[in-house]
Design a binder for this molecule. Structure first.
Ligand SMILES: *Cc1c(COP(=O)(O)O)cnc(C)c1O
Length: 454
């Protein structure tokens, strides 16, 4: 293992403001709308569902910089600033002229970037006097992060966890329970939405879409309770920009600027968090960085989805969001990158992709685990199966740079570590894992059921 070089910041370098990309986007996303009236929604319309400040952030398209509250920044100090690492071990192993850097978000207490937004969301709920919060979780990363944040701010939390992950990843459930959260497998019989899904499909393994439906239903039917979401929405991407803002300073320390920025893609929060601060320099004309979102072959909303208004959840409780989507009833294969099994992409990222301002690649499951094993051998860190999609995309580019004999500065986000995903690695190592592709017919059939609003 070649010694890799770390670029470290001080606590005082933790950003004091988040970067809001909305005012700077060349073509703004269409508004989110009410499914019944098709009228654009305002922040006030979301107050019953989200903390008011979060609803306001969701619609803020005028302030490029938003103050990070002191209480939130104090908590960030538990693990931020996170290291930026020049992955010399990986460069050497790949024998590439590319310079590879990664931002290591896996050092958070819960092992992923999700805590950046969980703390902010729990804080704004607490500040408003809310006592109970609900959420969904796929692989359990968001649920674990929110459990820690809820504990810190003294909020009661109920987490609906995608059924397949509830069984595949029992330790994430234990982590949430250790922080004091209540965890329920979704779909389940405790909500109307869950009962309907199970009646129609008794073997439904759950998806982020089913879990969101159940969490939203509980929030709407419980006094002083609000719902929180770990990805997809603008305010979640906003909170994650601490990743890119720190990385920007660290790349400066390294004396380089990224030609290519890569992150894995579920609903878009870690991708946005790393990419948006760099993207603003593309908008202003001072940089020409390439941005690549790496999604699973089995859930290819960016590369093969259609641009349409769609629900964020399976049952259709949420507002309609303009997104690249596979359809809200899309049931992705049971791949081990649970955090990437989501049918759609956030409105901003969807717009940027449609306008050719960012790229996306879809990657087969086995390639991601091979990339993970390569990365572990070279850098010593076992990555989350989600993050392994970014690593696989990075390896593809680094090998291409070798083929073409040119230097390329690549920066990717290590969104989490995989130490709680070893059951998935076990299956990979014993040759039990397979690739899952989706046919064009399957996608066409699924999106055909969407109302044609765009
Ligand atoms: C949740 C998660 C993701 C995917 O979510 P995004 O909102 O697209 O970032 C990626 N990596 C890890 C480690 C996660 O926990």
């Amino acid at each position: 293992m070649t010694e890799s070089k770390k670029f470290l910041l001080r606590e005082s370098d933790i950003p004091t403001q988040w970067y809001n990309i909305l005012p700077d986007i060349p073509v703004k996303p269409l508004p989110i709308i009410n499914p019944a009236t098709k009228e654009p929604l305002k922040a006030e319309d979301l107050y019953p569902l989200f903390a008011e400040e979060l609803a306001r952030q969701e619609f803020n398209d005028t302030d490029s910089w938003i103050e990070i509250p002191d209480e939130v920044r104090e908590m960030y100090k538990i693990w931020r600033p996170t290291p930026l690492v020049r992955a010399r071990g990986l460069e050497k192993l790949l024998d590439t002229p590319a310079h590879i850097y990664f931002k290591n978000e896996s050092v958070s207490p819960v092992g992923s970037h999700k805590l950046n937004s969980a703390i902010a969301q729990a804080y704004y709920c607490k500040q408003q006097g809310i006592t109970n919060i609900t959420t969904e979780t796929g692989a359990g990363q968001w649920g674990a992060a929110l459990s820690l944040a809820a504990k810190h701010f003294g909020l009661a939390l109920a987490v609906y966890m995608v059924k397949v992950s509830y069984h595949q990843k029992p330790y994430r459930r234990s982590i949430m329970q250790t922080y004091g959260a209540e965890v329920v497998a979704s779909p389940g019989m405790s909500t109307k939405a869950g009962r309907k899904i199970i009646t129609e499909n008794p073997n439904h393994q759950g998806s982020l879409g089913t879990a969101i439906s159940e969490a939203v239903e509980l929030a709407m039917s419980t006094p002083n309770c609000r719902y929180t979401l770990g990805s997809v929405l603008n305010h979640v991407s906003l909170h994650q920009t601490v990743i890119g803002l720190e990385a920007e300073k660290q790349m400066e320390m390294a004396g380089e600027y990224p030609d290519t920025v890569i992150a894995c893609f579920g609903g878009g929060s870690n991708f946005s968090g790393l990419a948006f601060p760099f993207l603003r320099h593309n908008f202003s004309g001072s940089a020409r960085t390439r941005f690549i979102a790496a999604e699973p072959e089995s859930c290819p909303k960016l590369t093969r989805g259609i641009m349409q208004y769609d629900f964020g959840d399976e049952a259709g409780y949420t507002p309609l969001i303009p997104m690249l989507t596979l359809g809200h009833n899309f049931a992705p294969a049971n791949i081990h990158a649970g955090g990437l099994r989501y049918h759609g992409a956030g409105a901003i990222v969807s717009r940027l992709k449609a306008d050719g301002l960012i790229d996306a690649v879809d990657i087969p499951q086995l390639e991601t685990f091979r990339a993970a094993q390569t990365f572990a051998a070279a850098e010593g860190i076992i990555p989350a199966p989600e993050s392994s999609h970014a690593i696989a995309a990075t390896i593809r580019r680094a090998l291409k740079a070798r083929e073409e004999g040119r230097k390329e500065v690549i920066l990717f986000n290590l969104s989490g570590h995989g130490l709680i995903d070893m059951a998935a690695y076990d299956r990979f190592l014993s040759g039990d894992l397979a690739d899952y592709s989706v046919s064009d017919e399957e996608i066409a059939r699924n999106v055909a059921s969407l109302e044609k609003i765009i």
